[in-house]
Design a binder for this molecule. Structure first.
Ligand code: UD1
Ligand code: CA
Length: 445
């Protein structure tokens, strides 16, 4: 028997999103909806995957390739219903069992998928059902003496059928033996004149094939059709991610205020203070503290480091052990060696900072001239005095000092002092004379 195949449908227009971005490219947990679905498929151990996209949707295809490079992409030229969409991927039906998933249903757990496929041992079709608080809009599962007889879409349901609270979650498994012949026979005699995949149930029952239902929670199978549902799914995902982070040993002081991405990695005993945002691609090693109001993205934080409050770590930031990044410090494509510090008000971009180096308040690496970005290299133990501008490309060698307020345009050798500012002069009595001049003729207070 060929192995099971998954077909993910993502050709819908998503009109209800009222957006110029296709529905499945909207993000939760920092990743497009479609990527979450593909992660679930992978997690369930399904190898061959096909994704059905709409015409001229190179953007969706690109997101698919990024998250599942081996997925086959099929184009549904006209949007004529979910069964029509499955048949757009006809070439992917190899005779093995078939799992159909929707690209707009991102929170399904891999074990739910596995359970559906396992249940195909005794049934030709297995449908995933759920009981939503408000069933409006969902297909209803019409049961008779414990057997699923049909799925009725909202538009075509009778008032009695509309009262059914068990609904179609959208996930369906078909046994390899019956998948193709059932789906090919689906007709479009319904209000919308679409080919509904859900009609496969009635066809199977007419042949006395058995159809089973498995149930999932609403939270797991919620489909996203508009932006309110997108926000609800985000909230549900955040809950899951926070719970998982705490389970693996991170301390989230006020979990509801921490925003995580699906790929955020927090090691044991990482402390996250209230109100922190983790964009995609962040790893934090053991015992580091991320203080309030910090924003991290594409950054690696070493063990025991301390970040924030109010720090911004941008992509390409790599911080070694015990690095300290304080308030109002922004880093981008910057590598900090063990124990290096930038405690206040600095921008460090396209730079390497050696171990135990100290970046003073107000230091700016001037890495961009409007055309190119160039590097700043700061050696181990160097000390950059406050309010200095380091104009790249430039190298401050090991142990060098930069005098406060300097604008450094040339390399500074190891252990030297780099000074680049006007010399101070003090004019004796100047202030006193000035005041006297200004107050001449004015009445004394
Ligand atoms: C669908 C189900 C409904 C179920 C609900 C669960 C059908 C007919 N209806 O309704 O029973 O309760 O999901 O959320 O299956 N798509 C295509 N091409 C098409 C049409 C749809 O690729 O021609 C894709 C969409 O991109 C989407 C999925 O199929 O990912 C479902 O389509 P959608 O229009 O959202 O169906 P619902 O009305 O939500
Ligand atoms: Ca939907």
């Amino acid at each position: 028997m060929p192995e099971p195949t998954a077909i993910v449908l993502a050709a819908g227009e998503g009109t209800r999103m009222a957006s110029s971005l296709p529905k499945v490219l909207h993000r939760i947990g920092g990743q497009p909806l479609i990527a979450h679905v593909l992660t679930t498929v992978r997690g369930a151990g399904i190898g061959p995957v096909a994704v059905v996209v709409g015409p001229k949707r190179e953007d969706v295809a690109e997101a698919v390739r990024e998250s599942a490079p081996k997925a086959r992409i099929f184009v549904q030229k006209e949007r004529r219903g979910t069964a029509h969409a499955v048949l757009a991927a006809r070439d992917a039906l190899t005779g093995g069992d078939l799992l159909v998933m929707f690209g707009d249903t991102p929170l399904v757990r891999p074990q739910t998928v596995t359970a559906l496929l396992d249940a195909l041992k005794d049934s030709a079709i297995v449908v995933l059902g759920f009981r939503p608080a408000d069933p409006t809009g969902y297909g209803r599962l019409v049961m008779e003496s414990g057997q699923l007889q049909a799925i009725r879409e909202e538009r075509d349901a009778s008032p009695a059928e509309k009262k059914i609270d068990l609904c179609n979650a959208g996930l369906m498994a078909f046994s390899g033996q019956h998948a193709r012949s059932l789906i090919e026979r689906i007709k479009n005699n319904n209000t919308k004149k679409e080919f509904y995949l859900t009609d496969a149930i009635a066809l199977a029952r007419a042949e006395n094939l058995s159809v089973a239902v498995r149930e999932a929670s609403e939270e797991e199978v919620m489909g996203i059709n508009d932006k309110s549902q997108l926000a609800e799914a985000e909230a549900a995902l955040q809950k899951r991610l926070r719970a998982a982070a705490m389970q693996s040993g991170a301390n989230l002081v006020a979990p509801d205020t921490v925003f995580l991405s699906a790929d955020t990695k927090l090691a044991k005993d990482v402390i996250v203070e209230p109100y922190v945002v983790f964009g995609p691609g962040v790893t934090v090693q053991q015992g580091a503290t991320i203080r309030s109001f910090s924003h991290l993205e594409g950054a690696h934080v070493g063990a025991g480091a301390s970040i924030g409050p109010y720090a911004r770590l941008r992509p390409g930031t790599k911080l070694g052990e015990k690095v300290r990044i304080g308030n109002f410090v922004e880093t981008k494509a910057a590598e900090f060696g063990k124990g290096a510090k930038a405690n206040h008000l600095a921008y460090v971009g396209d730079s390497t900072v050696g171990k135990d180096a100290n970046i003073g308040a107000g230091t700016i690496t001037c890495n961009y001239d409007g055309f190119n970005k160039t590097k700043t290299i700061i050696g181990d133990g160097a000390f950059i005095g406050s309010n200095s501008s380091l104009v790249a490309p430039v190298k401050i060698d090991k142990g060098a000092y930069i005098a406060s307020g300097s604008i450094i345009t040339e390399n500074v050798p190891a252990d030297a002092l780099g000074v680049a500012r006007a010399k101070q002069q003090n004019k004796k009595g100047w202030a006193k004379n000035y005041r006297a001049l200004k107050s001449k003729g004015k009445p004394k207070k």
